[in-house]
Design a protein around this ligand. Structure first.
Ligand code: HEM
Length: 144
């Protein structure tokens, strides 16, 4: 490889880095905006009793292990926010397929999550971005 080739390779590499770096920064910003792993844990801890008290959806959770659901939800929110986590649970379609969940119930759960984020001091712009990332899951979760 001569000088010009290596200069060109360096330039191509720099352009590639410039294209990739901002995307990573943006992803991490959402995770940071939630307060990282401790922030996500607090949000889920606020969210769980809200769900169990909400007449629109509480029945659906009556037979569930909320400790387990909370743990999986923490992992999932962390992944969605671009955090350094792995989701170890079941696919959304398998978990929710038999639960006959309606659109209104999906929205009720999202609303609880949004309020739980607000209660934990998450910026509205960050909360909105996270909820927007949940929206595509609707087609796997809502079956009624
Ligand atoms: C964006 C919306 C939602 C997300 C991200 C979500 C996420 C999750 C996760 C990660 C789990 C654990 C999966 C596992 O154990 O492997 C779960 C379980 C569960 N979800 Fe959802 N969920 C959503 C909406 C809903 C809604 C709207 C309802 C009902 C109103 C619901 C009811 C349940 C129930 C009952 C379980 C536990 C099932 C069991 O006991 O095995 N989910 N959800």
């Amino acid at each position: 490889m001569n000088f010009f080739h290596s200069m060109r390779a360096a330039a191509v590499f720099a352009v590639a880095l410039a294209a990739v770096a901002p995307a990573h920064a943006a992803d991490d910003a959402l995770f940071q905006g939630l307060g990282g792993k401790p922030g996500i844990k607090n949000i889920v801890e606020t969210f769980k009793p809200m769900v169990l008290a909400d007449p629109r959806i509480k029945e659906t959770f009556s037979d569930s292990d909320m400790k387990h659901v909370g743990m999986r939800l923490e992992e999932q929110l962390c992944v969605l926010a671009g955090g350094p986590c792995t989701y170890g649970g079941e696919p959304m379609k398998e978990t929710h397929g038999g639960l006959k969940i309606t659109n209104a119930q999906f929205n009720a759960l999202a609303e609880n999550l949004q309020i739980a984020m607000e209660k934990n001091g998450v910026a509205t712009s960050v909360a909105n971005k996270l909820v927007a990332k949940l929206a595509p899951m609707q087609r796997d979760i809502v079956t009624k």
